[in-house]
Structures are given as structure tokens and as C-alpha cells.
Design a protein around this ligand. Structure first.
Ligand code: CA
Length: 253
């Protein structure tokens, strides 16, 4: 990696997680768009983030990046400034004008103060100058995608159901429940949006990555298998997953 623009793709301490994920496979729950015309950088970021269980789409020019950012549902956008067809600053301005509030991290070789200020004025949330360290990029993405309530929370809960995002343990009424990786990712997404209706499309976007060809009835099948594990065995308790006809699903009230 001597000549790589990313200095330390190896994250300290990740060996343990690699073993862990080899056993449980990768669970996607944060969806990232990378808009970057240097294929080598874009692909290194994609690879690194995917190893961290993120779902990553890449656009190699500004126009395609803007189209994806405006139409798909991302948790964070990593945006280069100097791009063919449409500049990063222009993408940023247009998205904000259109009310797209996805956190944007500008990633660029330009390190001058004036350009940082311009980027932040255009609506970006953070700024990282190349060459950058992958560890720092990851830390910043985590900071941008973390919702205030989740800062101290690695365990997501609703009533007697809990899901531990670190130990991957799921329990209801004190009883351990074994889930597949997709069931786990689906339940995590529902818990993070508890009380809200989420559509099948939103589920597909957050739980599967862009290249996966997932049909709405696959979501139905996974909801069904999740119900079999978290609702059906707990007779006498109210079901946690609700179908909202014509809209999607909701966990909790
Ligand atoms: Ca560029």
C-alpha cells in the first residue's frame, strides 16, 4: 500500500472482527455513496467500508453521483470536489436546495482553507483532505451516521425485545433468539425506526446493497421469518411487527 492515497487501510484491531464476520458473514446496515472519479481511491474506500459491513455504491462522475444522491436513500455521501461533468460543490448545493439532508463528507486533494469554507458553506457536514487515513475516514463516517440517541447505545430496545449491535445477541422476554444475518440486519433497521412505518423499498435500500437484485416479496419472506422468531413463540404478548397495508411495516406502536 506504499503508493496508495489511503495510508492505512488496515484498521488496528480489525483482525478480531474479520474472524467474527467470517463466521457470521457481513451485515449491512449503513448505506454509503462514494462519488469519486479516481477509480483506485473509490474502489479502496468501497472495499474498506464493505469490510466494515457498510453497503457502498460508487459513482465515478458528478452527474451520476448527483442522480444517485438525489434519488436513492443513503446514510452518508462521500464526495470528491473535482469531478467530471458536475463538481462536488455544485452537487452539494443542488442537493441541499432540494432538501436532501443526507450527511455529506467532502473528500478532496484541495486542502486550502478557502475551499474548506466553500464546501461547508455549500452544505457539507465534514471535510477530509487527501491523502487521508482510512481509520479517520471511518471515524468521521461513524460520527456522521450516529444519531444522538445512539451515542451510548449499542443495545437497541423495544419493550421486552433487545438487540445488541456489538455481541449480535437478540433477546425477547429474557429468551435468546437466533437470527440469520439478514434477519438481524432487518430487525436492527426496524428497531432504529421503531414507531415509524418503513416501506419495502426503504428496507431493500438499507438492508441490502445497491447491486443486490431484491424483490419486494423477498422482504415479505424475511418479515415472515422474523415474525416466526420474535412474535409467534411469545403467545399472549402483543406482536411487535405490524403490517401497514399499502405502506410497509412498523415495529411497535
Ligand atoms: Ca477528482
Amino acid at each position: 500500500m506504499e503508493n496508495s492515497p489511503i495510508r492505512d487501510l488496515r484498521v488496528p484491531g480489525r483482525g478480531v472482527f474479520q474472524l467474527f464476520f467470517r463466521k457470521f458473514e457481513i451485515i449491512f446496515f449503513v448505506r454509503v455513496l462514494v462519488v469519486e472519479d479516481e477509480h483506485r481511491i473509490a474502489n479502496s474506500i468501497k472495499k474498506g467500508l464493505e469490510q466494515e459491513t457498510f453497503a457502498v455504491d460508487v459513482a465515478y462522475d458528478g452527474e451520476y453521483g448527483y442522480d444517485l444522491a438525489a434519488t436513492e436513500d443513503y446514510d452518508v455521501i462521500i464526495l470528491d470536489l473535482m469531478l467530471p461533468k458536475l463538481s462536488g460543490l455544485e452537487i452539494c448545493r443542488r442537493l441541499r436546495q432540494e432538501g436532501v439532508n443526507t450527511p455529506i463528507l467532502i473528500l478532496t486533494a484541495k486542502g486550502q482553507i478557502q475551499e474548506k469554507v466553500e464546501g461547508l458553506n455549500a452544505g457539507a457536514d465534514d471535510y477530509l483532505v487527501k491523502p487521508f487515513s482510512f481509520t479517520e475516514l471511518l471515524a468521521r463516517i461513524r460520527a456522521l451516521t450516529r444519531r444522538p440517541k445512539e451515542i451510548l447505545q449499542t443495545v437497541l430496545e423495544y419493550k421486552d425485545l433487545s438487540l445488541d449491535t456489538v455481541s449480535f445477541e437478540v433477546k425477547r422476554a429474557g429468551k435468546k433468539i437466533d437470527l440469520s444475518r439478514k434477519e438481524f440486519a432487518l430487525l436492527e433497521y426496524l428497531l432504529r425506526n421503531q414507531g415509524k412505518v418503513v416501506s419495502k423499498d426503504q428496507i431493500i435500500n438499507h438492508v441490502w446493497d445497491f447491486d443486490a437484485d431484491i424483490l419486494p416479496n423477498t422482504v415479505e419472506a424475511f418479515i415472515g421469518s422474523l415474525r416466526k422468531k420474535i412474535d409467534r413463540p411469545f403467545k399472549g404478548k402483543p406482536p411487535l411487527i405490524h403490517t401497514v397495508r399499502g405502506f410497509g411495516y412498523r415495529l411497535g406502536k
